[in-house]
Design a protein around this ligand. Structure first.
Ligand code: ADP
Length: 576
């Protein structure tokens, strides 16, 4: 049963030609065999010859076997010709055997006719008509005792004419079907080409999208995302990660479901970094509303944390007249540039402030001195002298600051020469400490030197003096009254040098990495009355680097800091 169902499925649904042949032939054989057998059994007197039925049955069996083993024929057309012809013969014999009652059997002739016409088209039709004439019309014409008259001739010709008509219909239908098939397969080819083009364009788009660092998001007319490149997700992830405090792990933010929140849920601020943008006014929401804007600067992420600066643009896109307008939103990470701009503004403000203080003092005291000029008394002369001393101190301070700025620039662009000599470190340390003793005393800071021997180094002594001076001055400035700054000579695997140790306020861990950046000042330094523009350590680092040396900082907040400078002993370590 299963086998039959499978053959039926293959023949009628899957279009398997062998299964179709078998079904065709078996159903024909059953119909013909059963009808002829029944007729000859029920009307035994009309049977002209029982032998003919047996021969017909034999032919049917041969034809059916031929259909079952049709694939064994070396030429495919042979079974398609031979089997229908055998069917015609079998049909003719059965018709002959059941004459005149078996006239209805002639209808079965259309089975081999259809087979022949579908296999050989016009030739099949000609063969069919000939076969019908020979096997069936001949019986209608000569069967029985009655004489051949015009009526019998007309009756005998009805079937061949019907076969011609049916064949013409089948051929016409097939021609139409095959032309439809041709058009369909051409359309399929075009469709395939289009799909390939589409796939190529989509791959190209995704590849291009993945290789640029500009975030791109495309929204359709309903505001639904139809394309989003990795950079857009990265910007979003970075913002979300900063928001959730997982700065190095956007994946965690995703895992936390923060991604689902979308960019609208992230803290957003206007260009000033302070004014919060409500979700209803976020760039994406505005783009979805149909607003168009370009290069709008926003800051994303919490105000008290690290923020990401994004330049966002929304443009409309009408690619094709038939396609509804889309919106393309692009994001560009401009954090580095914005931070530089912010830093420059901070530096300008800080330098201007630092320059203005001594300048104001110089101008004030110069005016006072000028006022005293008219008075020729000795008291006036002494007042003028004291005013000029203040003017001189402030001018020195100004000069030092300007020189610091110039020197930092020189060190950063490697535009300075080193005068290398070999010298002992202890005398240099003693000199610097002696010079700064009064400054330390003013600040009530104790200055000490601890020398474990006196290492000799090859270096530019003036520059090393500058390094030590800056470090000791910082120690004094940032430790404050009651504290102690110690300079220790040291030698280790990195070379010979010194440690400058203080037991002051120390440096927050978050600031340690930025200490040597020009113009950087710690939060505590900025809040204090201690003057400075954040160039001392940048200068120190530049000089140490030029000597191929190292500078290390270890600091504990509340316990103090140690700056360790080492200059390698090898000459080749020094920059020429
Ligand atoms: P400035 O002293 O002009 O601020 P520096 O480059 O010398 O610039 O120092 C940069 C910052 O490093 C200081 O503002 C301060 O925050 C920090 N710093 C440097 N030395 C010390 C120290 N010994 N103790 C604590 N903080 C220090």
């Amino acid at each position: 049963m299963n086998r039959l169902a499978r053959i039926a499925y293959l023949g009628f649904v899957a279009g398997d030609s062998k299964a179709f042949t078998i079904i065709h032939q078996v159903s024909f054989a059953i119909m013909l065999g059963a009808s002829a057998a029944l007729l000859s059994a029920l009307r035994p007197d009309s049977a002209v010859a029982d032998d003919s039925i047996l021969t017909g049955a034999g032919l049917l069996i041969v034809a059916t076997l031929g259909a079952v083993y049709s694939e064994r024929f070396s030429r495919a057309w042979v079974p398609n010709l031979v089997i229908p012809l055998l069917d015609f013969l079998a049909l003719g014999l059965c018709r002959w055997a059941t004459y005149p009652d078996g006239g209805v059997l002639s209808i079965l002739a259309f089975t081999p006719v259809v087979w022949l016409v579908t296999s050989f088209r016009t030739r099949g039709a000609v063969i069919s008509v000939a076969a019908v004439l020979i096997t069936l019309s001949s019986v209608s014409l000569f069967g029985g005792e009655a004489p051949v008259d015009a009526a019998r001739i007309v009756l005998a010709l009805i079937l061949p004419v019907a076969v011609i008509l049916v064949s013409a219909m089948i051929i016409g239908l097939e021609t139409r079907l095959s032309s439809t098939n041709l058009r369909l397969s051409a359309a399929l080819d075009r469709q395939r080409d289009l799909t390939r083009d589409l796939q190529r364009t989509s791959t190209l788009l995704r590849g291009t999208g993945a290789s640029v660092d500009v975030g791109v998001k495309v929204l359709d007319e309903n505001g639904t995302t139809v394309f989003e490149n990795p950079a857009f997700m990265t910007h979003l992830n970075a913002a979300v990660a900063r928001m959730t405090g997982e700065q190095d792990s956007p994946a965690d933010a995703v895992a936390a479901g923060a991604m689902d929140a979308g960019v609208d849920e992230v803290d957003m601020f206007c260009a000033d970094g302070i004014t919060r943008i409500p979700p209803s006014d976020s760039p994406l929401t505005r783009a979805r509303r149909g607003e168009r804007f370009s290069d709008e600067l926003i800051w994303v992420g919490p105000q008290d944390g690290e923020q990401l600066a994004l330049s966002v643009t929304a443009v409309g896109w009408q690619g094709h007249p038939g396609i509804a307008p889309h919106t393309i939103v692009t994001t560009q990470d401009v954090t580095a540039t914005q931070q530089l701009i912010r830093a420059r503004e901070r530096i300008l403000a800080s330098v201007s402030h630092e320059l203005r203080t001594p300048l104001t003092s110089i101008m004030g005291y110069t005016e006072l001195a000028l006022d005293e000029l008219d008075d020729g008394s000795a008291a006036a002369a002494s007042a003028i002298a004291s005013y000029l001393t203040v003017v001189q101190r402030n001018s020195d301070q100004l000069l030092t600051m300007v020189e610091d700025i110039l020197r930092t620039q020189q060190t950063q662009s490697n535009r300075f020469e080193l005068e290398i000599t070999e010298f002992e470190l202890t005398p240099l340390i003693d000199d610097v400490v002696a010079q700064l003793r009064s400054t330390a005393a003013d600040q009530e800071v104790e200055l000490a030197v601890e020398s474990a021997g006196s290492p000799t180094i090859s270096a530019d002594s003036k520059r090393i003096t500058q390094v030590l001076t800056n470090l000791v001055v910082n120690g004094i400035k940032y430790s404050g009254p009651g504290h102690r700054v110690t300079v220790r000579t040291q030698s280790d695997a990195l070379g010979a040098g010194f440690d400058v140790v203080d037991d002051g306020a120390g440096i927050p861990a978050a600031e340690v990495d930025q200490l040597f950046t020009a113009f950087f000042r710690g939060a505590a330094a900025r809040a204090s009355s201690q003057r400075g523009v954040g160039l001392g350590l940048a200068l120190v680092k530049g000089i140490v680097d030029a000597h191929a040396g190292t500078i290390a900082v270890s600091s504990i907040e509340g316990a103090g800091s140690t700056f360790s400078v080492r200059i390698p002993s090898r000459d080749e370590g020094i920059r020429p």
